[in-house]
Design a protein around this ligand. Structure first.
Ligand SMILES: *[C@@H]1O[C@H](CO)[C@@H](O)[C@H](O)[C@H]1NC(C)=O
Ligand SMILES: *[C@@H]1O[C@H](CO)[C@@H](O)[C@H](O)[C@H]1NC(C)=O
Ligand SMILES: *[C@@H]1O[C@H](CO)[C@@H](O)[C@H](O)[C@H]1NC(C)=O
Ligand SMILES: *[C@@H]1O[C@H](CO)[C@@H](O)[C@H](O)[C@H]1NC(C)=O
Length: 353
């Protein structure tokens, strides 16, 4: 009896069911990549970045101690999150950046969503939304970074091995599910949601690896389904990070090429299978662990207007945080070529593998 009571107490203390979902508005749209191409100004392709204002060409050390504001709803989250940018390629050869909008489920129960400047929805879940699978869920250590996916990928075979990298053709701004591995083949009435689930099994030692992926292992099944067990090579279950990005393709519906060719490309000139995302941990102190130790879910963890285990800020405060651009160039407007992609092939354009 005594033993059982102690076990129950231990589980109550060590195990939990927290699930974070929050908005981060845009902090920058720029050709910089401190993770894959540190120090390179400009980097190979355009990114949309959210999170802390420490974002720059080179980032080292504890980011939680370097940034002074964040575009994310939780003030202690000074991490940076980024993906490539989606462009529309007109039949006449010109490109235009696809605008973004915020997840309509965010803000104070959706109320503030229209005021959030693009950006993305960030998730930190456990084994799934409802359980940690009886495993302690660790926060990442300072300096931690990782990528998922690859701009060099271009085939359905690659996508088969990466069920966490998908798209949803939005019938309305609230459509979920019905995921595809490549860009949807037809115009989508409310745009395209790009989904990135990162791996959540860590080797427990390295905050990075040469390809930015080998220190992690994915047992993600996609679609927020329950993840599989971590292997002995990567035994430490960390928070399951995922991004959702809403790309408003509606302005291009009337310009879809007559031959039905896919008009959307990522900013590295790649097709939908080359989708990838970058993560640079920067939660202040033990704030992410505090959240992972709790049992709060979504808004109850503390979103603008709702106080919880995490400190929050308003959408106006989120939108005010910005990074002074290091690379200044036109990324919007109608462009003859994608930024960084028009240069003659010199055989040394760095590519992630
Ligand atoms: C989280 O829980 C673990 C295990 O119970 C505990 O050792 C740690 O101090 C907790 N951390 C925080 C920040 O609450
Ligand atoms: C970013 O790095 C560049 C080059 O090192 C530097 O000139 C610039 O001031 C930095 N920007 C910010 C906002 O810190
Ligand atoms: C292609 O079409 C767009 C939209 O009409 C236009 O703005 C752009 O200038 C055109 N580009 C060329 C090269 O004609
Ligand atoms: C998407 O863009 C269209 C213009 O093309 C605009 O009318 C609409 O409000 C935008 N949708 C959202 C959710 O921002």
């Amino acid at each position: 009896m005594k033993g059982l009571a102690a076990l129950v107490l231990l589980q109550a203390a060590g195990l939990s069911q927290a699930a974070l979902r929050f908005a981060c508005s845009r902090v920058s749209i720029q050709r910089l990549d401190p993770l894959v191409e540190p120090g390179r100004i400009p980097s190979a392709h355009v990114h949309q970045i959210v999170g802390g204002n420490a974002f720059n060409a080179t980032m080292a050390g504890d980011i939680g101690e370097q940034a002074t504001c964040t575009t994310c709803a939780y003030t202690e989250d000074l991490s940076n999150y980024w993906t490539a940018v989606m462009y529309f390629r007109h039949a006449n050869g010109s490109y235009k950046r696809v605008p973004q909008y915020a997840n309509a489920q965010l803000g104070t129960e959706g109320k503030d969503a229209p005021n959030i400047q693009g950006g993305m929805t960030v998730y930190y879940t456990q084994k799934d939304f409802n359980t940690n699978g009886n495993k302690f869920i660790r926060a990442f250590p300072p300096g931690f970074r990782m990528t998922v996916g690859s701009p060099a990928a271009s085939s359905a075979d690659y996508a088969k091995g990466h069920p966490g990298l998908r798209y949803t053709c939005l019938q309305t701004i609230l459509t979920r599910g019905s995921e595809t591995a490549d860009f949807p083949a037809k115009p989508c009435p409310a745009g395209i949601m790009a989904i990135h689930h990162f791996p959540a099994c860590w080797d427990g030692k390295n905050v990075d690896s040469p390809d930015h992926q080998a220190h992690m292992y994915s047992t993600t099944r996609g679609g927020f389904a329950e993840a599989g067990e971590c292997p002995t090579s990567h035994p430490v279950r960390v928070a399951q990070v995922a991004y959702e990005t809403m790309w408003n393709t509606t302005a291009f519906a009337g310009m879809w090429p007559a031959d039905g060719r896919q008009p959307f490309v990522w900013s590295f000139e790649g097709n939908g299978y080359g989708t990838h995302a970058d993560y640079l941990f920067g939660w202040k102190g033990d704030s992410l662990q505090r959240a992972m130790n709790s049992t709060c879910m979504f808004h109850a963890c503390g979103s603008p207007g709702v106080q919880g285990v995490l400190k929050t800020q308003t959408v106006d405060e989120m939108n005010r945080c910005a990074v002074k651009p290091t690379v200044v160039e036109e990324t919007d407007g109608w462009l003859d070529a994608l930024p960084g992609q028009a240069e003659p092939a010199m055989g040394h354009m760095p590519m992630r593998v």
